[in-house]
Design a protein around this ligand. Structure first.
Ligand code: T1G
Length: 676
């Protein structure tokens, strides 16, 4: 018994409306493609039909090919066949667009002869974000409508454009009523039913624009570093301006297949689903009623407290921010205002956004003013005694049912919860600095944290545009716990002959935004330092003791000029040499490969231990942490996905070669050829 087609047709006089009802996003899976093909064939064959409208039920027009089908044997009509048939139709077809017409969905719209859209609709070709390119004619049709320059932005960066802009560039013929899409589309179809010739995008030509291509490459080269897909997208857009349509289509197909069969696209598609999977808590009912969060309290107006506050203010949620001293409070709120004003000056937010946000911020010196907050987040000094004292006070001040969160980056959330009478209301919310910019939020689940508290925080994370991952209580949770073995090994490599710049170069060439020592200089060499300049037990202690605290002091593992450009430091080389000679460690040539094996493989090993201990729900969650918290290159899919593409046996052999104790689950997966 085959399932009913997700596509149905309805007649409106001489107009046939072809409707897709395939939740959640009308992805162009086999059944949808087959139904679309049948619907168009019906319209073409029926002499009483003079024009067709294609639209979708639910939240959106087709949002792209069905990514879950990728890598599986093809079934049903190919999108190419359906699109070619639509394009060739001798009766005009109107695309009626709402929601997010993306990827293959946008390509279906481009193969229609006319396009109407509601004002709230967006259109885009985001395939590049999946390590792909529009593989159903998008790179050949889009430039024929909007020109090379606009097409480059849409396909090689992949951001959608709103209906109004689409109408301005000719991608949409008419912006119709928000609530009357079908009726307006049918009326439009009636108007154009008899018009000839039927406009076919493939018949248009597009002028070459080498200056635009050059300018685009210059403007976006750094962001595209390491990725395969952007260059392929650019090449296809250029082909559209140089080749006849069918040759351009052939070129697009070749480029698409190259990307589809590469590891980068597999990695980027992995992250697409991993990010969505991370939002699900396996043992909490997704229908759990959420606690209201209409007002947030933030304790601490420093860099973290201010950044955390901005996330809520920008989402329109009022924040009461507490400091102990007026001067610190004024400084903190001043930084928040300055950040907003800087964004407005750059046109990143509307000119009135800073005032609107600041109007929602209530500074105070009294913890008692948090009594009506639904969520209170502390972002105070990373010291357990300080946190315990604060949560004891909060326990007495906060209203019943308020969620009490700590922004601690590694301390034991269970210990903090234990000082309250409401451990079920206590959770960790570990933001990454700068908290108003970095997308990752580690949601630390205490032993007693209630399911609805977790569900509420996960939903709130989406509202404040964070990517949330649930972590268990352990030192450093997921990200920082895996950072630790990387840092330990990096320091050891310095003692054995490597230099900070060599180690950092290997990481940057791997695709990280910076290496361990560049990161240390950015965050502060003095972070976590015992502050006793006479106690020098490590290279880091020696640097800190000399005031080489990193970029903020123009000296850390590197020397910095006034523009904070780093150069290798002879003084640091001396310090390393001194340490090494005193430890009688022979200096030797260290290969780049050894640096990868000793700094990245131990991260995978730690990730396997985190999974064994149940401190992360799934390996893909660990990948999401590293992509969104530390800038792991998305085209490598995160540490755990990357280890699979490296080959787990190779990772295990590398770990054993350097004397690491390999996690049992990692060894087992390597032996069985399975996954972590
Ligand atoms: N295929 C399969 N499932 C998809 C999907 C897709 N294209 N898009 C979304 N989903 C699932 C998603 O996994 C989630 O599932 C649910 O829908 C809701 O998504 C030939 C080759 C449309 C803006 O890249 O950008 O076309 O977790 O949580 O926040 O040239 O989904 O509920 O089980 O993201 O409202 C190109 C990808 C594909 C668009 C909606 N298209 N999707 O965002 O909901 S390649 C895309 C999105 C292609 C052609 C090429 C977003 C969204 P679950 P969600 P949302």
């Amino acid at each position: 018994m085959t399932a009913p087609s997700p596509i149905r047709t309805e007649r409106h006089g001489e107009i046939l409306v072809i409707i897709s009802d395939s939740p959640p996003v009308n992805a162009l899976g086999a059944a949808v493609r087959d139904g679309l093909e049948a619907g168009v064939k019906e319209g073409v064959a029926d002499a009483s039909i003079k024009a067709m409208v294609i639209r979708c039920d639910g939240r959106t027009f087709f949002a792209g090919a069905d990514i879950t089908e990728f890598g599986k044997p093809p079934k049903g009509a190919s999108l190419h066949e359906v699109i070619d048939m639509m394009d060739a139709s001798d009766k005009p077809i109107v695309a009626a667009i709402h929601g997010t017409a993306l990827g293959g969905g946008c390509e279906v719209a481009l193969a229609c002869h006319y396009r109407v859209a509601v004002p709230s609709a967006v259109m885009g070709l985001p395939e590049v974000k999946l390590g792909l390119l529009p593989g159903a004619g998008g790179t050949q049709r889009l430039p024929r409508i909007v020109g090379v320059k606009a097409a480059l932005e849409m396909v090689a960066i992949g951001d959608p454009i709103p209906a109004k802009k689409a109408a301005e560039v000719g991608l949409v013929d008419k912006v119709v009523g928000e609530g009357s899409l079908e009726a307006d589309a049918i009326a439009f179809a009636k108007e154009i039913a008899g018009k000839r010739p039927i406009p076919r995008v493939r018949d248009k030509t597009v002028d070459p624009d080498p200056e635009a291509v050059e300018a685009f490459r210059k403007a976006h080269g750094r962001k595209m570093r390491g990725f395969d897909a952007p260059a392929a997208n650019i090449a296809c857009v250029v082909a559209a301006s140089e080749k006849p349509f069918d040759e351009g289509m052939k070129f697009e197909r070749e480029q698409f297949m190259k990307l589809m069969t590469g590891t980068q696209s597999a990695a980027q598609r992995h992250i697409f689903f991993a990010e969505r999977q991370a939002a699900k808590i396996d043992d909490v009912d997704p229908k759990t009623p959420l606690r209201p969060v209409n007002k947030v309290g933030v304790i601490g107006a420093g860099t973290m407290g201010g950044g955390i506050s901005m996330n809520f203010l920008s989402a329109g949620i009022p924040v009461t921010i507490v400091e102990m001293q007026q001067e610190a409070l004024d400084r903190g709120t001043g930084v928040v205002r300055k950040n907003y004003e800087a964004s407005a000056a750059k046109g990143r937010i509307k000119p009135d956004a800073p005032e609107k946000a600041m109007a929602l911020l209530t500074p105070t010196l009294s913890l008692d003013d948090l009594a009506d907050c639904d969520l209170i987040i502390e972002a105070v000094y990373e010291n357990m005694d300080v946190k315990k004292e604060l949560f004891t006070k909060l326990d007495a001040i906060a209203r019943p049912g308020a969620i009490l969160a700590s922004n601690t980056s590694y301390l034991n959330v269970d210990e903090i919860a234990a000082v309250t009478k409401r451990p079920e209301d206590v959770v960790g919310m570990h933001f990454f600095s700068p908290a108003n910019v970095m997308k990752l939020l580690e949601v630390v689940r205490g032993e007693k944290t209630a399911g609805d508290v977790l569900a509420t925080v996960m939903a709130l994370a989406k509202k404040i545009r964070k990517v949330a991952v649930v972590a268990g209580v352990c030192h450093g949770f997921i990200g920082n716990r895996m950072l630790s073995p990387r840092q330990i090994e990096a320091n050891k490599l310095l003692m054995e002959g490597a230099t900070p710049e060599q180690i950092d170069r290997v990481h940057v060439e791997f695709g990280m935004p910076m290496g361990p020592f560049q990161m240390s200089d950015l965050a502060g060499v003095d972070i976590g330092w015992h502050r006793d300049p006479t106690r020098i037990e490590s290279i880091r202690d020696a640097l800190a003791a000399e005031g080489r605290w990193g970029q903020k002091k123009n000296a850390g593992f590197y020397d910095y000029d006034e523009k904070r450009n780093p150069t290798p430091s002879p003084r640091v080389a001396e310090i390393i040499e001194d340490f090494r000679s005193r430890s009688n460690l022979p200096k030797r040539e260290i290969t780049d490969e050894e640096i990868v094996e000793r700094t990245l493989y131990p991260m995978v090993n730690e990730g396997a231990l985190i999974l064994e201990e149940g401190k992360a729900q799934r390996a893909s969650d660990i990948d999401v942490v590293w992509i969104y918290g530390y800038g792991w290159p998305v085209y490598r899919g995160g540490p755990m996905f990357w280890a699979q593409t490296e080959g787990l046996p190779k990772v295990v052999a590398g770990l054993e070669k350097h004397g690491f104790k390999v996690a049992e689950s990692l060894k087992a997966a390597a032996e069985s050829g399975g996954k972590l």
